[in-house]
Design a protein around this ligand. Structure first.
Ligand code: PAF
Length: 300
C-alpha cells in the first residue's frame, strides 16, 4: 500500500518512520532542502536511549498529485488552505485523505472538499522534531481515526496493516472522537501557555485546578455536553499522565511560532456565537494567546 504523508514536522516525521516499516512511504515536505536531507540521510526516531532509522522517499509538496493509496495530512490547521486548494484541482480517481489536525477548525475547511474519501484522526503520541530529519518520540500512544465522509475501505485496510508498535484504532463516530480531544486541548493548552507551567501543575496547584474546572465547564456548556465531571476527570487524567510535559501551545509560543488557538478556542468561539452562548473564559484566553503570538513571545 502506498502512503503519502504531507508535512514533515514532528508528527509527519514520526508517521513516516514508523509506517516505513510496512508501507511504501513518500513524505511531502514544504521545502526542497528538507526533501534532499531526508533522501540523503533518512529519518531518525529517538526513543529514550534507542534510535531507529527509516528511509522513506521524500519530495517537495509541489510534486504531490494525490495518487498514493492513502495520503495523511499532518500539517497544522492554519497551514491547510494551500493543500485544500490542491485537492480541489485533482482530476484522477477519488483520493483517500486522512487529516490529523488538532482542534476542530479543519472540519469547516473539509466541508468544501468534493468527491474524495475523507478521514479524520487524533494523535496521542508525544513527538518533538529535533532537526530536519530527526524526531524524538517522547510519549507512546495511539492514533484514533474515523470516516468523515465517503468510503471507509482504504482506512480500514490501512489500520489493519500498521505495525504493532504504531497502532491506529478505528472509531465509529468522528465527532465524538474529535470533541474528546478538543476538550483536553481547549483546557490544557491555553492554561499551560498563559500560566507558563507544565501540564501537571494544572492538577497539583489548587488554584490552577479550580481555573481548569471552570474552563472545562464552560467548554462543555458551549458543546452541549452534560457530564462535566466525566470530562474533568479525563482532562485531569491527561495532566497526570503527561505531568512533566509542556503542552504544544506552550512550546509553540516558546519557539515564537503561531499556535493552534484558532483551531481550538477560535472554533469554540464560533460555535458559541452561532448558539448565542456566552464564553467569557474561552474568549479571554483566546485574546491572551493571540496577544502572545503577536508579541512573538516565549518566556524563556
Ligand atoms: O497539545 C498537546 O500538548 C497535547 O495534545 C496534550 C494532550 C494537551 C498534552 O500536552
Amino acid at each position: 500500500m502506498k502512503i503519502g504523508i504531507i508535512g514533515a514536522g514532528s508528527i509527519g516525521l514520526l508517521f513516516a518512520s514508523y509506517l516505513d516499516q510496512d508501507f511504501d512511504v513518500t513524505l511531502y515536505t514544504r521545502t526542497k532542502e528538507q526533501a534532499a536531507e531526508i533522501n540523503q540521510n533518512g529519518v531518525c526516531v529517538k526513543n529514550g536511549s534507542s534510535e531507529m532509522a527509516a528511509l522513506p522517499k521524500a519530495k517537495a509538496f509541489a510534486e504531490w498529485n494525490g495518487t498514493d493509496h492513502l495520503t495523511i495530512i499532518t500539517v497544522k490547521q492554519y497551514q491547510l488552505q494551500p493543500i485544500i486548494e490542491r485537492i480541489g484541482k485533482l482530476t484522477d480517481d477519488p483520493s483517500n485523505l486522512l487529516f490529523l489536525q488538532n482542534g476542530m477548525g479543519h472540519l469547516e475547511l473539509l466541508q468544501s472538499i468534493q468527491g474524495h474519501n475523507l478521514f479524520v484522526g487524533t494523535v496521542e503520541h508525544g513527538a518533538l522534531r529535533e532537526n530536519l530529519n530527526t524526531v524524538r518520540h517522547n510519549g507512546e500512544g495511539v492514533t484514533n481515526a474515523a470516516v468523515f465522509r465517503g468510503s471507509p475501505e482504504r482506512l480500514v485496510e490501512f489500520s489493519s496493516k500498521v505495525p504493532a508498535n504504531f497502532p491506529v484504532i478505528l472509531r465509529e463516530n468522528y465527532y465524538e472522537m474529535l470533541v474528546n480531544k478538543l476538550i483536553v486541548n481547549a483546557v490544557i493548552n491555553p492554561l499551560t501557555a498563559v500560566l507558563y507551567v507544565t501540564n501537571g501543575m494544572l492538577v497539583s496547584n489548587p488554584f490552577y485546578l479550580e481555573t481548569a474546572k471552570r474552563l472545562t465547564a464552560e467548554v462543555c456548556f458551549i458543546l452541549n455536553i452534560e457530564n462535566v465531571n466525566a470530562q474533568l476527570k479525563r482532562v485531569a487524567g491527561v495532566c497526570q499522565n503527561t505531568f512533566n510535559n509542556r503542552s504544544s501551545m506552550l512550546k509553540d509560543l516558546e519557539n515564537g511560532r503561531l499556535t493552534e488557538v484558532d483551531a481550538i478556542l477560535g472554533y469554540l468561539l464560533r460555535v458559541a456565537a452561532r448558539n448565542e452562548k456566552p464564553a467569557p473564559l474561552v474568549e479571554a484566553l483566546c485574546w491572551m494567546i493571540r496577544g502572545k503570538e503577536l508579541d512573538g513571545e516565549g518566556e524563556s
